[in-house]
Design a protein around this ligand. Sequence first.
Ligand code: M6R
Length: 621
Amino acid sequence: MCGIVAALAASDVTPFLIDGLRRLEYRGYDSAGLAVLEEGSAHIRRHRAVGRVAELAKQVGQGEAGLGIAHTRWATHGAVTEDNAHPHLSVGQGLEICLVHNGIIENHASLRHELKQAGYVFASQTDTEVVAHLLHQTRLKTTDLLQALMMVQRQLQGAYAIAAISSKDPGTLVATRLGAPLILGLGHQTTDVFLASDASALVSQTQDLVYLEDGDLVALSREASGGVVQRRLLDRSGQTVERPIQQTSLSADDVALGPYGHYMQKEMFEQPGALANTLEMVVGANSLSASLFGQSAASVFAQTEHVLILACGTSFHAGLVARYWLESLAHLPCTVEIASEYRYRQSVPLPKTLVITISQSGETADTLAALEHAKSQGLSQTLAICNVPESSLIRASSLRFLTRAGPEIGVASTKAFTTQLAALFLLSLTLAKGRQRLSAAEEQSHLTALRHLPAALKTVLAAESAFAGWAGRFVQKSHALFLGRGIHYPIALEGALKLKEISYIHAEAYAAGELKHGPLALVDAEMPVVAVAPNDQLLEKLRSNLEEVRARGGELYVIADQGTRFEPAEGLHVIELGDHAGLLSPILHVVPLQLLAYHVALARNHDVDKPRNLAKSVTVE
Ligand code: M6R
């Protein structure tokens, strides 16, 4: 999604702005731009380019600009064109206003109409240009850029993070946010302050971050060139506030690619470490405790009689797996809903429900809105499972569990998913224990299995070349079918999602028992069928379903456990993982599907980390 970087500093800010945009590339974008105000100049210098930040960097020379804003755009309102790229400029009556914006202004049409009547001419189809003209109009009537922004903010409906500069305010950068993140980075020198929508754009400069709250407005200003930057922070009612300075543990190295070809590859291979980090406190303590999920978790869990899971995409698939664990281990009825559907559905809230949201980023607009919808229905017990400590989702939830996967840059989620599963398994065990459904011996046996999980995952990753070997057979295909049963049905769904998002091959997943109810009609020699085949109680049922595929000439790719007795043959390809891992099996069986999708996308020459049309963090509805 869109990204914002901005700076007010003693030296030229252009290199920081370009570097910051590069660090935000992983979020997905289709055009980029920046605007700077040079020392002593009355004019804002703006550059924009469709395509990569590298294209923009070619246009932008070095200068003496101590103030600037920059943006990567992921098109929502208006096509991918230079005119629609940010920053947007409003010029007239001796005033130039320039701004960048993330999010969506919902009332842009009515504002546009009013501004046109006032004589403003629009150069783009974006909702953002409306804000630029509105700020221009308002600044002409005020003496202060921050005050003007506050007046504009009161007219905006929707979600936004905005950073703006003005030719009349040469040493001032203003910003505001509502429903979209914006973070201040305090430079080591008091003369330098940075701003970004994502901490990863700031960590090359500083670890000292201030997370703006919803509705906050900030003015960063200095008296003279190179002088100390003063910070003025107002809350949504216009009162001066302080927000704490937080030290981020994220470093520039955490977001470096290192020896890997792609972030997705790096992140797949980081999974054993990510799981070990996520599980560290539990396996170290050798016992499960509700306090892992927050101080009040024990009393909340004691009252819980139903679980409602809300999430999107891969995180939704993690929720689907968790339902099997919650019901079988803790005997808790569980509903799993796609966040974007739940928020608009007239559901019947069940009393004593624990609402669990799952999100890698913690900024997914649909998941955040679904959580708010649940709260508005009177469901006040909320738990977030999330990978980003400072995220909006964590702040909006009363209980939390942080997956410790480290930054996930590749658009295709991998280590976030397996660590989410680990967290949900811990939660299921903890709830089971609290409900007297878990004996001490069972608790120890599950903890032992968790302790072995990172090593088991390493063994699966070591079979990469075997899965890469399959990839060549998918390159020319247009469709693929993924099958699983029971707790591995969501894993089949996840495998299909991985394949389609980075290889652009149409893929569907089915619970294997559903084949004969329709999808079997699609099966022929052109349709590769990938089956997740653990050595569990559903194996023989699955085997029968796979025979139905073979009888129709379908080409089968079976990811099996040891002892499943699938014999490779013409049209039947088999790779065996280790022994069956019991309830943890989904965490192992998803990894071959990630590897397969990665190698198919590579073989099709796709930009694996930045698949077309997709963004890493989906901060708009
Ligand atoms: O950050 P979140 O986990 O809330 O993101 C949800 C989905 O957008 C995300 O999982 C998406 O489906 C991934 N690109 C899948 O690989």
